[in-house]
Design a protein around this ligand. Structure first.
Ligand SMILES: [Zn+2]
Length: 227
């Protein structure tokens, strides 16, 4: 008697309702956590100007008001470094909250300040069309920065949170469509990245990659029947 072989429509609906219920619960918990963090870091004054739609634009809803706050509301002179540090801390908090809420995975809290010099060099190289090679294929006529933890989820703009890839491999990476061999070519470079980027890549990006058609040969037969 195999109960799970054919799942009835009723059962499918029940599972779907359960999933939605869990998502809603996680979302509520996330909001509560978010409010508590707001209070504990003392930015409640900014609440008026926050974008209340937390599902989208998490990063800008935190960093932009903070940026404004540091520039206009505080008596002392705020340097670019202090501002970048503060924004970086908020990004770290957002990253933890978003990833925990979305995937149930707790990433270590880690900050990685914006590297002004490295960014200047990057811009200069782009101007000179002197691009570093794509880590996957070696293309260097044009390459881009490909974030491991997406910026939309609080991912840092530091080089320890991105790979240099050509536009094709960047697109395939973002859409979880790299082949196994292409993914393998990134593994060594991944070891030198931020700890939270490594964990994100291994437990979220890799899992997404494995769910793609071209990767399914590796899956146990029981699972293959379901996909
Ligand atoms: Zn490439």
């Amino acid at each position: 008697m195999e109960k799970t072989k054919n799942i009835s429509v009723t059962e499918q609906n029940r599972r779907l309702r359960e999933k939605l219920h869990n998502d809603e619960r996680k979302y509520k918990e996330l909001l509560e956590l978010f409010e508590r963090v707001c209070e504990s870091v003392g930015y409640d004054k900014l609440a008026k100007s926050w974008n209340k739609d937390y599902r989208n634009g998490w990063v800008s809803s935190w960093t932009w008001p903070l940026y404004e706050f540091l520039n206009t509301k505080v008596e002392q002179k705020i340097t670019a470094n202090i501002r970048n540090e503060a924004v970086d801390i908020v990004r770290g908090i957002i990253l933890q909250l978003v990833v925990l809420g979305k995937y149930g995975i707790k990433l270590p809290f880690e900050t990685c300040p914006f590297d002004v010099d490295a960014n200047e060099k990057k811009k200069q190289n782009q101007y000179l069309k002197n691009y570093p090679e794509c880590l996957v294929c070696g293309e260097k006529r044009i390459t881009e920065v490909c974030h491991i933890v997406p910026r939309s989820q609080g991912g840092s703009d530091h080089q320890d949170n991105y790979f240099v890839l050509c536009p094709t491999h960047h697109h395939l990476f973002d859409h979880h469509r790299l082949s196994k061999a292409e993914w393998a070519s990134l593994e060594q470079a991944l070891e030198g990245k931020m700890e939270n980027a490594i964990i994100y890549a291994k437990s979220i990006r890799y899992e997404h990659m494995k769910s793609q058609l071209s990767w399914r040969d590796d899956l146990p037969d029981d699972f293959k029947r379901l996909v």
